[in-house]
Design a protein around this ligand. Structure first.
Ligand SMILES: Cc1ncc(COP(=O)(O)O)c(C=O)c1O
Length: 470
């Protein structure tokens, strides 16, 4: 057996030496021996992660155990050339739109990989968006909850107040290079609509945003912002008048104008190449967060979590941690409960089908048609989910949990009161999950992607939870 020193183990595990010594004292590194004053650690030792809930394991020993995928090469292998993550993804479209997708994919593979495009986007990220966004240690919230340390990746501080601009600027820049004159987009919470309207103003393009009437009322401040930025908001008045119908309407409009317009899809959904492009434009979140967290704490977090609507902020956060011994948890909206039409818990309750041009998990009615989705969070009430999430669930690398409207609302108020940060109601779902874990764990750290700020939600929350404002 070959042995390594504490200092070598610290590098291997990505944690500081003090932490390695305390793990050794707790006898949590298998096979380690004490020789005189010196510890010897087996070369093949793994960093222990067993946090316990009241004597039970919260997670398996290693989040990578038993998974047959080499995550060092994952990004090169997934998706496949025709856009599949396992059997999820693809492009199920009429032939005219298939041609439009081919144009975008070719543009993405050539233009978006050129050094000119990359350096222009890098400049935008730094000087227009204000990246990198920081990591923040919530000391008050952590003290209030017990011994677990909660950290936030502050995407609420990204220009526009949400992660959505990372993707919108990337796609809009590609649209400009492809010579398109107009941006078309759907929006639920209005965060993506705002981001696309900002991108259109920045690049001097026309802009049309499709938004369900119910969401326009719930997220009125964002509707005003979009209009202020010079974009047109087109109300969608059919069905549940929320995100799914907004996507239907935006697709219809795009199908008529694809030669001169670009459809900026707002999440890691849609036909190939959108899930790939959106992931790549959002992966800046996790890349920054991992480096910042290591610098701040000397180790990796025990849990990384993010809310999942279509899944763009989550996939952007998770990518950098897939090959690390970190538990990754996506959190969806259980709304008012498990009955059909009362939640958006696609990963938990959905079944496989094609919706909006891609194969994934979808909430379904008994007759196999897409079911209605509901959540207090307009950005989460989509009946489908990005194909990469369906895949990562299936292979067991990412766990998907849910929280209810009321749990998310509690987190919304708690963070506002204890830290002076008003989170978006979407992000409050991930925070609510972190709070639940923290209440049950003895120690450890949780990194939450705070995907957006909650200014847009204040009036709605004031009406819905008046007692919380007293
Ligand atoms: C602040 C915020 N977070 C999260 C989401 C959910 O989207 P996604 O799952 O693509 O990150 C939205 C959607 O509008 C949002 O506005």
């Amino acid at each position: 057996m070959k042995y390594i020193t504490v200092s070598e183990a610290s590098k291997k595990f990505g944690i500081n030496e003090r932490r390695v010594r305390s793990l050794l004292k707790e006898k949590r590194i298998e096979g380690a021996i004490l020789q005189g004053h010196k510890y010897l650690i087996p070369e093949n030792a793994v960093k222990p992660l067993d946090r316990r809930i009241k004597g039970q394991r919260l997670f398996e020993d290693s989040p990578l155990k038993g998974i047959n995928i080499d995550f060092t090469n994952y990004r090169k292998q997934y998706p496949s050339d025709d856009g599949y993550f396992g059997r999820y993804g693809g492009a199920y479209l009429p032939s005219n739109l298939k041609k439009a997708m081919d144009e975008i994919y070719y543009g993405y593979q050539t233009i978006a990989k050129s050094s000119k495009f990359i350096s222009e986007l890098r400049e935008i990220r730094k000087n227009y968006q204000g990246r990198p966004t920081p990591i923040y240690h919530c000391q008050n919230l952590s003290n209030y909850l017990g011994r677990v340390q909660i950290y936030l990746k502050r995407e609420d501080l990204n220009h526009g107040g949400a992660h959505k601009l990372n993707n919108a600027m990337g796609q809009a820049l590609l649209a400009k290079y492809l010579g398109k004159k107009k941006l078309i987009a759907e929006t639920g919470a209005g965060s993506h609509g705002t981001a696309v309207a900002m991108a259109a103003a920045y690049f001097g393009l026309e802009c049309e945003i499709y938004m369900g009437e119910v969401d326009m009322e719930k997220q009125a401040p964002n509707v005003s912002r979009i209009k202020m930025l010079g974009a047109k908001v087109i109300p969608v008045k059919h069905g549940t008048k929320t995100l799914k119908e907004a996507v239907d309407a935006a697709f219809e409009a795009y199908a008529k104008e694809y030669k001169t317009a670009f459809y900026v899809i707002g999440s890691a959904v849609g036909p190939h190449p959108y899930p790939l492009m959106v992931r790549d434009f959002q992966e800046v979140i996790g890349r920054e967060a991992k480096e910042q967290f290591l610098e701040m704490t000397g180790e990796l977090p025990d849990i990384v979590t993010a809310c999942v609507g279509g899944g763009s902020n989550a996939i952007g956060m998770f990518e950098a941690f897939l090959n690390e011994p970190v538990n990754i948890v996506g959190v969806e909206a259980m709304g008012k409960g498990e009955e059909p039409g009362k939640n958006s818990a696609t990963m938990t309750l959905g079944k496989e089908m094609v919706l909006h041009g891609f194969n994934s998990l979808v909430l379904q009615n008994k007759d196999g048609t897409p079911g209605d989705a509901y959540s207090i969070a307009s950005g989460l009430d989509y009946p489908g989910v990005g194909p990469e999430h369906a895949f990562l669930k299936e292979v067991g690398r990412v766990k998907y949990e849910y929280v209810t409207d009321d749990e998310a609302a509690e987190a919304f108020f708690l963070l506002s009161r204890l830290e002076g940060i008003i989170p978006a109601i979407e992000s409050s779902h991930a925070l609510a999950y972190a709070i639940k874990c923290a209440r049950n764990m003895k120690s450890g750290s949780i990194l939450v992607n705070l995907s957006g700020r909650g200014d847009k939600d204040i009036d709605f929350m004031l009406k819905k939870y008046p007692h919380m404002f007293k």
